[in-house]
Design a protein around this ligand. Structure first.
Ligand SMILES: NC(=O)c1ccc[n+]([C@@H]2O[C@H](COP(=O)([O-])OP(=O)(O)OC[C@H]3O[C@@H](n4cnc5c(N)ncnc54)[C@H](OP(=O)(O)O)[C@@H]3O)[C@@H](O)[C@H]2O)c1
Length: 339
């Protein structure tokens, strides 16, 4: 086939914030699909906060990307050649093909997508890993009850937007925290949260307290840092805290100065019977079938709305990813790799 595969590899490991020199764009030939495999043209690449961790050396909950390897990432692609009986040319599939325009994948690793349910790009967002993270983390760990107050940070983003909307479906009061007036207006007016607070405001802590007059029963933690500091004193007895992400810390920035606060936190965990539980979404994989069907019906009925932030062309991925870690995305961040 007379086409090249363009791909973005990890050129060097960032110190602090990533910069464009940490990435390298290269063109290589397209591999052939073997038995049981398909050749994919990638249409959408998902950019997600976890990718920052993969750029570091050393294992966390997953292996790092090695220098010279293609950057990891979830993708939606179109089958352009199939040597697997379940797939034919033109099928749309979810794969984990990384930052490149073409990929060969084993058919056994793919999920076929039905474009009549929702645009295929949603398989990377509201109907994909971030939506599932919100669903499983909130319902399994947060367990919101009717009338309770659920607070979520990064509330306009892929995970947070779904957390607040599911909280409302379950009869809870949803309070979002977002950065800047536009995101706050979207969370309140488009997503229908009961209240929203701007974490960049000088009086953020006071505003959050005013928005949560009954305290906080569930805090879905996406951020850490100064947002956690503002939330912590407002947690009610028996509050649940699904710890999903700590994006304020991913670039290695010191988020706290001053004395060690762990003793204070532990005292409150004990005396207020707090449940603080970290999770990685894949541990709840058995809930995925329920998620796909429930989320599809919530989208169809208009109970869940979503926003995508789509940048054009694979070459735009590094800059867009750097912006994600600074809050410059507005909605689920995707790269349109091909039309
Ligand atoms: N545990 C899991 O299995 C799992 C799975 C998926 C995602 N996650 C985590 O979930 C969180 C949200 O992910 P997402 O994909 O939905 O991303 P996202 O919310 O679409 O985008 C990230 C948002 O984080 C906020 N942010 C970035 N830097 C910040 C900082 N220094 N301080 C405060 N806020 C900051 C920004 O929103 P504002 O401008 O509104 O502040 C930014 O738009 C991340 O922490 C991610 O790692 C965890």
């Amino acid at each position: 086939m007379n086409v090249n595969n363009r791909r973005i590899t990890l050129a060097s490991r960032p110190e602090g914030k990533p910069t464009p020199i940490n990435f390298k764009i290269e063109d290589v030939s397209i591999p052939e699909a073997g038995d049981g495999q398909v050749l994919l043209e990638i249409l959408y690449l998902s950019l997600d906060p976890y990718m920052r961790g993969r750029m570091n050396a050393g294992k966390s909950y997953a292996k790092p990307v090695e220098i010279g390897d293609v950057m990891e990432g979830g993708t939606v692609g179109r089958v352009i050649h199939s040597r697997h009986p379940d797939f034919t040319e033109g099928d749309f599939v979810l794969s984990h093909s990384g930052w490149q325009t073409h990929a060969v994948a084993d058919g056994s690793t793919l999920r076929k997508l039905d474009p009549s349910i929702a645009p295929v790009s949603t398989a990377l967002g509201v109907l994909g890993m971030p939506g599932f993270t919100a669903y499983a983390g909130l319902l399994t760990i947060g367990q919101p009850k009717v009338g309770e107050t659920v607070v979520v940070a990064a509330a306009s983003g892929a995970v947070g937007s779904v957390v607040g909307q599911i909280a409302r479906i379950k009869g809870a009061r949803a309070v979002g925290i977002a950065g800047g007036a536009d995101k706050c207006a979207f969370v309140r007016d488009e997503l229908g949260f009961d209240a929203v607070v701007d974490h960049r405001a000088d009086d953020f802590q006071d505003q959050l307290k005013a928005a949560c007059p009954q305290g906080i029963d569930v805090y879905f933690e996406n951020v850490g840092g100064h947002v956690w500091d503002a939330v912590f004193p407002l947690l009610n007895d028996f509050a649940r805290v699904p710890v999903c992400g700590l994006i304020a810390q991913y670039n290695g920035a010191a988020t706290h100065s001053g004395p060690d606060r762990l003793p204070v936190v532990m005292r409150e965990v004990l005396s207020r019977s707090l449940l603080i539980r970290g999770f990685i979404q894949r541990e709840f994989a058995d809930q995925r079938p329920a998620f796909y069907s429930e989320m599809a019906s919530w989208i169809a009925s208009g109970q869940i709305r979503y926003r995508e932030d789509i940048v054009e062309g694979l070459e735009a991925a590094p800059q867009a990813f750097i912006g994600l870690l600074d809050g410059r995305n507005f909605g689920k961040l995707l790269v349109r790799v091909a039309a």
